[in-house]
Every structure is written in structure tokens, then in C-alpha cells.
Design a protein around this ligand. Structure first.
Ligand code: M6R
Length: 360
């Protein structure tokens, strides 16, 4: 049921705080999480995989874990599993991330890693899904059913869930002390409130911006570090729902080729995490785009001084950087939704796509 919303996608975007509350409830009460963290801490190599949005959540986990616990994590796109399975062994772990728990590419990766003797931890949204059944430890996001083809609430719940694990892992590896752990977990518990604030702070600006993007054919989504998977997610949303060609890549790469496409009014969206060092670096990249006449849109925390540099600033709450996916993704989802509906497209039924892809 759409509960009065015109489309499932917008209903599910607004449902995100509720979905996160139930994810947090699950995290606090599920003893199996500790078992998963121990397995990860003892593992030789940790791999994480998924397709589409679930891959973006996987990349997010790799970054948070490396930043917090110092443990290397290898993220890969599920359909590329073969070469990664080749180097996996019996003291390694694969985390398989899938909303549906039915995606064939992810399932193939699971089976290939199992054949090498790896243990499998799955994170799905559907209890007893095929991937959950094939794994040693089955974890669940508890976002509730997601009907829209575009993944929305499941991305936020996946990244929250995985960030929680990164923090516990950093505690296990001794990189974070108990005070730091408690502080970070508390910040994650505040995620539902931050998402509400992000939506209410950004939606008017996003609607106005969407009108400007209706005629656009191509755009870039740039970021660095923890902001990069979020930029990738923004680009995927606008591609699949609003049919705008969008490419996401690390901002530092611009000068190695992509900047050749930037001409007056070419839109470039910058995802600026809550991190002063990254802000400084990204400001340099924003200048490069402005110098070529690019139309710069930045999604940035309140209090970051981007107003004079960017053409449009979408403000989101200022938090610890670990919450970047939670604060910065909602405006990017809304942007894709509004551009699509302004073009008269049905965001719940994008062409050529199915909610669950059960073919290779
Ligand atoms: O059910 P899964 O999470 O395994 O699905 C993976 C992708 O097919 C999925 O995220 C797809 O990219 C979405 N349409 C993105 O919005």
C-alpha cells in the first residue's frame, strides 16, 4: 500500500527513519552480531560483495572498516567474483550483501567462495532468502518490504548495519577504546533523527534543482573517501529512474580525463563528507569545475562554507563522517525522484529493470 503517496519510491524514502529504527532494534538485540564480528576479526582476508546499490553499501563498509579498524577489506562487484574467488582460502570470509537475497550474481559469488572453504556472512532484507540459507551467519537489515525498483531504504539500513559492525570490529582489533565505541554507536543510534533532518532541510532546494535538471543529458557525481560510494549511489539513482547519464568517480580523477567533458552549465554534484580535510580537497576540485563553467551542486554539512564556491548548496546535518551515507543520500534519492516525476516517468517502473535480477 502506498499510504497516500503517489509512488512507492517516495513512500520508501520517507519511511527511512522508521526502517532505521527497526534495524537498530535488531542490531541491539541480535547476539549473532558478536559471532560475526569475531569471525571477521580472526579472518585472514575479508571480502565483501553485492550488485548495484548493495555493492555501494559493500564499498562503504570496506572504507569504514579500513578507516576505523585498520583491517584491509576487499570489496568487489558480485558479477566479477571469479578472479576474487581465485585468491580466497579457508581462513577468509565473504560478506554477501543483497536486499532481496535472491540476486544470481551475488549467489554465484557465495557459491564460488564456499567452494574455496570460506565462511559466508550474508546481510539480506528477506528472512530465509536463498542467499541467507546458503550462508554460515545470516544477518538481516529489517527495513521492511521495498517495492520500488530503486533501492532506497535498504541502502540506508545496509550502511547503518555495516557501519555498526565496523565499529565493533575496531573495538575487537583494539583500535577503538570503549569510550570511542560507545560514542560512535550512540551517533548511529541518532541516525533516524539525522535522516529526518536531512530530508526536511534539503527537500525544497532539491525540488527547485530538479526543475533545472529536467533537460540535462549527462552529469557527474564526484567525491572522495567515504563520500564516494554515496556519489555512486546518487549517480545510479538518477540513471535508473530519471534516465540521465551520470558518472560517479573520485574527484581527484577529474584531471586525468573526465574534465574534458565539462563545458558551461555541465552539472557536477559534489558529495562533501563531514570532514574538514576532505572539504579542503574537494574545494580544490570544485574550483576546477567552476573554472570550466561547470554548474556545481554540493551536498554538504551545515556550517561548511561552500556557498561562494558552488552554484547550489544542499545542506544536510553535520555529524560524524561515519554517517555520511545517512545524511547525504536522501537528497540524492529525492533529486532522482523529482526529476523523474517532472519528466512524467514512473519511478517505480523504470524501463528494462526488475526488482530482483535472478539471471547471470
Ligand atoms: O536485491 P539486491 O540488493 O541483491 O539487488 C542488487 C541490485 O540489483 C539493486 O541494488 C539494483 O541496482 C537497484 N535497482 C538499485 O536501485
Amino acid at each position: 500500500e502506498k499510504e497516500g503517496y503517489p509512488f512507492f519510491m517516495i513512500k520508501e524514502i520517507y519511511e527511512q527513519p522508521r526502517a532505521l529504527r527497526s534495524t537498530i532494534h535488531g542490531l541491539v538485540n541480535d547476539v549473532i552480531i558478536d559471532e560475526a564480528v569475531k569471525l571477521l576479526a580472526d579472518a585472514d582476508k575479508v571480502f565483501i560483495t553485492g550488485a548495484g546499490t548493495s555493492y555501494h553499501a559493500s564499498e562503504y563498509f570496506a572504507l569504514t572498516t579500513m578507516k576505523l579498524s585498520g583491517k584491509p577489506v576487499i570489496p568487489f562487484i558480485a558479477s566479477e567474483y571469479e578472479v576474487y574467488a581465485e585468491v580466497a582460502g579457508s581462513s577468509d570470509i565473504l560478506i554477501a550483501v543483497s536486499q532481496s537475497g535472491e540476486t544470481m550474481d551475488t549467489m554465484k559469488a557465495v557459491r564460488a567462495f564456499k567452494a574455496k572453504g570460506c565462511r559466508i556472512i550474508s546481510l539480506t532484507n528477506i528472512v530465509d532468502s536463498a542467499i541467507a540459507r546458503e550462508s554460515d551467519i545470516a544477518l538481516y537489515t529489517r527495513a521492511g518490504p521495498e517495492i520500488g525498483v530503486a533501492a532506497t531504504k535498504t541502502f540506508l539500513t545496509q550502511t547503518l548495519f555495516l557501519s555498526w559492525i565496523s565499529i565493533l570490529l575496531a573495538s575487537e582489533t583494539g583500535r577503538l577504546n570503549s569510550n570511542e565505541v560507545a560514542k560512535l554507536l550512540e551517533e548511529l543510534r541518532n541516525a533516524p533523527r539525522y535522516v529526518e533532518e536531512s530530508v526536511s532541510m534539503s527537500s525544497e532546494t532539491v525540488k527547485k534543482l530538479a526543475e533545472k535538471l529536467v533537460p540535462v543529458k549527462s552529469m557527474y557525481y564526484l567525491s572522495r573517501d567515504i563520500g564516494l560510494p554515496v556519489a555512486r549511489e546518487g549517480a545510479l539513482k538518477i540513471k535508473e529512474i530519471a534516465y540521465i547519464h551520470a558518472e560517479a568517480y573520485p574527484a581527484g580523477e577529474s584531471k586525468h580525463g573526465p574534465i574534458a567533458l565539462v563545458e558551461p552549465s555541465f552539472p557536477v554534484v559534489f558529495t562533501v563528507p563531514s570532514d574538514r580535510k576532505l572539504e579542503k580537497l574537494l574545494l580544490g576540485n570544485i574550483e576546477e569545475m567552476k573554472a570550466r563553467g561547470g554548474f556545481v551542486i554540493s551536498v554538504a554539512p551545515q556550517g561548511f562554507n561552500l556557498n561562494e564556491r558552488a552554484d547550489i548548496v544542499i545542506e544536510v546535518p553535520r555529524t560524524h563522517w561515519i554517517l555520511t551515507s545517512l545524511t547525504h543520500t536522501p537528497p540524492l534519492q529525492l533529486l532522482a525522484y523529482y526529476v523523474a516525476t517532472m519528466k512524467g516517468l514512473d519511478p517505480d517502473k523504470p524501463r528494462n529493470l526488475a526488482k530482483t535480477v535472478t539471471v547471470e
